[in-house]
Design a protein around this ligand. Structure first.
Ligand SMILES: [Zn+2]
Length: 464
């Protein structure tokens, strides 16, 4: 498989540390508010990568954290803790907020058919891991205590910017934009590993540490959780492009300083979802979530379909008109598939040919748009029997997860309608047009319009 590696800025052959096995870490959500559809695009991207690796036969262990402590308003180490801010606003405890938004996150995660990683762990359950790593970093002289906080000393590294390839000055300007300078740091890019000086009133979550009562910095969470579950090395680490700096840059710094060697070989980042107004987060006074799309009447899988039709490394522009087009195309596709008759025996050559094509699209830096186009090509191919088509689609859907074979039935009387369609088909074959017509009329009175197509009869709901 070929995949774009942010670390080398190249498309590379994927070779895991251990043959046949992949350890894959995804930065999880910060649970102080809802995850918007742009966040969910990132998780869809990683879900497809995860499922592709499994489709190729790898044994995958996927790990994801839940940031329930220590995430700050600004990506640098200053400002108000988002969890604390949210708890204040909603008059709940920090842990109540975290649980509430964690549950909501996984509802949306599931609505777009993402598979829950094998290991999901909240940041608050690994405090001892962070303390151990920080102790070692201080012993190795990569970290120092200053005015009560523990900082990572970025000047000790020769390649702090290995992930970004940016000029130091350029990065630091962006980094410092609107940020109050912390005079306790030795270098501008140093970051906090452990806070004992809380910048917030009534900091609820605090733990004992060798440096005093306090709480961990954000970046150390991911290193701590990843090292805890994956051991000393990980094959793939991913997140959104906005994680590259400073979050992933700092994760590499502290993990590699701690280990004394390379930590992760492949860094995979998903691009942003944009909206026409430029701003993603607000809509109707709230955050635009997958659940909200569902409430508006959209099938959440239309959104997945929309995401898969664009490459994960390209920015995707969201609008309701593009979502409407995606929903229409997705419904049409499902309808076409629903009309395939399971006839014939498996055509092994055709199966192997299409399956190999599908794999080659995914192996091409996860080209999901081409993989979907292949489904359309397959449907058009009249030389392949229905059974083979259905077998192929069933397999493709292990990666695409678009429920391509799942019968869409919002009506409770779906089976009864399908039975009547069959009776009508038989009546027409017998040239009993009177019966056929009365079935059609009766159904129409119940708001069901029959649609005759080349592949057979289906129905749609209409206003009565
Ligand atoms: Zn992370």
């Amino acid at each position: 498989m070929k995949i774009y590696n942010t670390l080398t800025r190249k498309i590379e052959d994927f070779v895991p540390n251990e043959e046949g096995k992949v350890k894959f870490y995804t930065c999880g959500p910060t649970v102080y508010s809802d995850a918007h559809i742009g966040n969910m695009r990132n998780y869809i991207g990683h879900d497809v990568l995860d499922k592709t690796l499994r489709y190729l036969g790898y044994e995958v262990t996927r790990i994801m954290n839940i940031t329930d402590v220590g995430h700050l308003t600004n990506d640098s180490d200053y400002g108000d803790d988002k969890m604390v801010e949210s708890a204040k606003k909603e008059k709940k405890s920090v842990m109540d907020i975290a649980r509430y938004y964690t549950d909501k996150f996984f509802i949306d995660f599931d609505l777009v058919n993402n598979k829950v990683p094998e290991i999901v762990s909240p940041a608050t359950s690994h405090i001892d891991d962070y303390i151990d790593i920080i102790k070692t970093l201080i012993e190795k002289d990569y970290a120092y205590v200053s005015d009560g906080n523990v900082y990572f000393d970025t000047s000790k590294l020769t390649d702090y910017y290995q992930l970004t390839n940016h000029q130091e000055d350029e990065m630091v300007i962006g980094f410092r934009d609107g940020v109050e300078e912390d005079l306790s740091k030795k270098n501008k890019t140093d970051f906090v590993l452990w806070f004992t000086k809380s910048k917030f009133d009534n900091q609820e979550l605090k733990w004992e540490s060798p440096w005093g009562t306090g709480y961990p910095g954000w970046h150390i969470e991911c290193s701590g959780i990843c090292l805890h579950y994956a051991g000393g090395s990980i094959d793939i680490h991913g997140g959104g492009v906005d994680n590259i700096f400073p979050h992933h840059t700092n994760e590499i710094a502290q993990s590699e300083a701690y280990l004394g060697r390379k930590w992760c070989n492949y860094w995979v980042h998903n691009e942003h979802l944009l909206v026409e107004t430029g701003k993603m987060s607000k809509s109707d006074g709230g955050i635009l979530t997958v659940s909200l799309l569902k409430e508006k009447g959209y099938n959440p899988l239309s959104y997945r379909y929309m995401c898969l039709n664009s490459h994960y490394r390209k920015q995707l522009l969201f609008s309701y008109s593009s979502l409407n087009s995606s929903e229409q195309a997705y419904k049409k596709l499902k309808n076409k598939i629903s009309l395939i008759k399971d006839e014939g025996s498996l055509d092994e050559d055709a199966f192997a040919f299409y399956n190999q094509k599908f794999i080659s699209h995914l192996e091409d830096d996860i080209n999901t748009a081409n993989a979907i186009t292949l489904v359309y090509d397959l449907l058009k191919n009249e030389l392949i029997n229905g059974h083979t088509k259905l077998e192929l689609i069933k397999n493709f859907d292990k990666v695409l997860s678009l429920d391509l074979l799942k019968k869409e039935s919002k009506r409770e009387d779906h089976d009864a309608i399908m039975g009547l369609i069959k009776t009508r088909d038989n009546a027409k074959k017998r040239k009993d047009y009177e019966l056929a017509d009365s079935i059609r009329k009766d159904l129409l009175e119940k708001g069901v319009a029959l649609v005759d197509t080349k592949e057979g009869t289906t129905y749609k709901e209409v206003g009565v």
